[in-house]
Design a protein around this ligand. Structure first.
Ligand code: SF4
Length: 266
């Protein structure tokens, strides 16, 4: 295992590594300027996303949006609230999130006058995992990392989705090698329900254009070379030219980088 801690071990280390990195997808300076063409493209994307969300809600009244507070999820959060779509929203708190994510969670509550529905891991399961394997055992092997994700993410997600017939995510096809064939709608065999990805075809430029046009709050780490943000110990900044998911579980092979929330089953 080659687990370089540079840019990923501690917040201080992250910040010192950032200063050595060149601009990448997480750098606001490299985000494209708003042009009439880009704004027009975003308007079309919004129309299509709203249509998809309304149709999904009509077909599955119990549908819920799983908000992990990434840039894409902030677009969906804004669409759902700004257009009064009446779609339930929930989030997972793994207990290992970076402080910037909690700041954003509070910002969301203030901006949209809402109280977040947050699901936590089962305390006994976390205690058991840590006692048996250690507090940062996820660095030890892919199996231990996946076991941690199961305890801290997958099981709470299963509880959050219980009784629901469908769910919504902010996944995009261009996000990683594991998502290139992402469909706007698919059957999620892992949870036995329908799954909607209304931003599947959006580009990163369109996501950031939406955020800028609508002044949507977003995670401060996105301005520090973190295009994709998960748990603090498993997320680092990226360098120019790196895949936008390169900072997630950076010590693992790219083909293995999913946490079990989004498993391709067909
Ligand atoms: S991302 Fe890391 S800390 Fe978070 S649940 Fe997965 S292995 Fe555990």
């Amino acid at each position: 295992m080659s687990r370089s801690r540079s840019g990923g071990g501690t917040r201080a280390a992250d910040m010192s590594a950032v200063s050595m990195l060149r601009p990448g997808a997480g750098n606001p300076a490299t985000r494209p300027e708003l042009t009439p063409q880009l704004e027009s493209a975003v308007r079309h994307r919004i129309d299509a996303a709203l249509q998809a969300l309304r149709a999904a809600k009509a077909e599955f009244p119990s549908i819920a949006f799983a908000n992990s507070f990434g840039a894409e999820d902030m677009v969906l959060t804004d669409l759902i609230h700004a257009h009064g779509l009446g779609i339930d929203m929930f989030s997972l708190d793994t207990g290992r999130l970076p402080p910037e994510t909690y700041t954003l969670m509070a910002d969301v509550e203030a901006r949209y006058s809402t109280r977040l529905a947050v699901f936590f891991p089962d305390a006994a399961a976390v205690e058991s995992y840590v006692r048996e394997h250690g507090v940062n055992a996820f660095y030890g092997s892919v199996d231990l990392r996946k076991a941690c994700c199961r305890v801290r993410k997958v099981e709470p997600l299963r509880r959050a989705l219980a009784g629901r017939a469908a769910w919504i995510t902010g996944l995009r096809a261009a996000q990683s090698a594991t998502r290139t064939e992402l469909a706007p709608r698919e059957y999620d065999a892992a949870f036995g329900i329908e799954k909607f990805n209304p931003l599947a075809d959006w580009s990163e430029a369109e996501v950031w254009a939406y955020i800028r046009i609508h002044n949507v709050p977003y995670n401060a780490l996105h301005d520090q070379f973190y295009p994709s943000i998960g748990c603090a110990p498993c997320t680092r900044a990226i360098a120019v030219g790196e895949d936008i998911r390169a900072g997630r579980w950076w010590w693992e092979d790219a083909s293995l980088k999913e946490c079990g929330l989004h498993v391709k089953t067909s």
